[in-house]
Design a protein. Structure first.
Length: 140
């Protein structure tokens, strides 16, 4: 028993005489602060809350509350993306996943299609969106 006690004192003394690390040389990194809801764009719209700037309405909107258009079905292809449209008078604002900015389409009168460049939104059995004459999205 005396040998065990003596051995533990020697081991304790050996470790207590070891080189101590100075706290002055230790560099600590400040944790990066993540602000919840701090993802506002240049217009103040918070993407984390589902808001996007609408050029047509001049305010932050949730595009998924607008009219949803799904990819036109082609055999052998499965799509998971969608386009959204909001309407204001004779104008329609088109939000595509392939475009950074929305596209403003205009129509001349009630019942006509909305057009801009090679995009055409036709009110037929809901809506049909064509690009260069090819149907790319449909929806109600």
């Amino acid at each position: 028993m005396k040998k065990m006690f003596l051995f533990s004192i020697i081991v304790s003394a050996a470790f207590s005489c070891g080189k101590k690390v100075s706290q002055e040389n230790v560099i600590t990194k400040e944790p990066q602060k993540v602000v919840v809801g701090g993802d506002a764009d240049s217009h103040g719209c918070k993407a984390s809350a589902g808001y996007t700037w609408s050029t047509l309405k001049k305010e932050c909107i949730r595009i998924f509350e607008g009219t949803k258009l799904s990819h036109a079905e082609e055999t052998g292809k499965a799509y998971t993306t969608a386009a959204y449209v909001i309407f204001e008078g004779n104008k329609a604002e088109l939000f595509l996943d392939t475009q950074k900015e929305s596209i403003i389409l205009e129509r001349k009168s009630e019942g006509d299609s909305w057009n801009k460049n090679d995009y055409q939104l036709i009110p037929w059995k809901g809506y049909v969106l064509k690009k260069a004459g090819k149907i790319i999205y449909t929806g109600e």
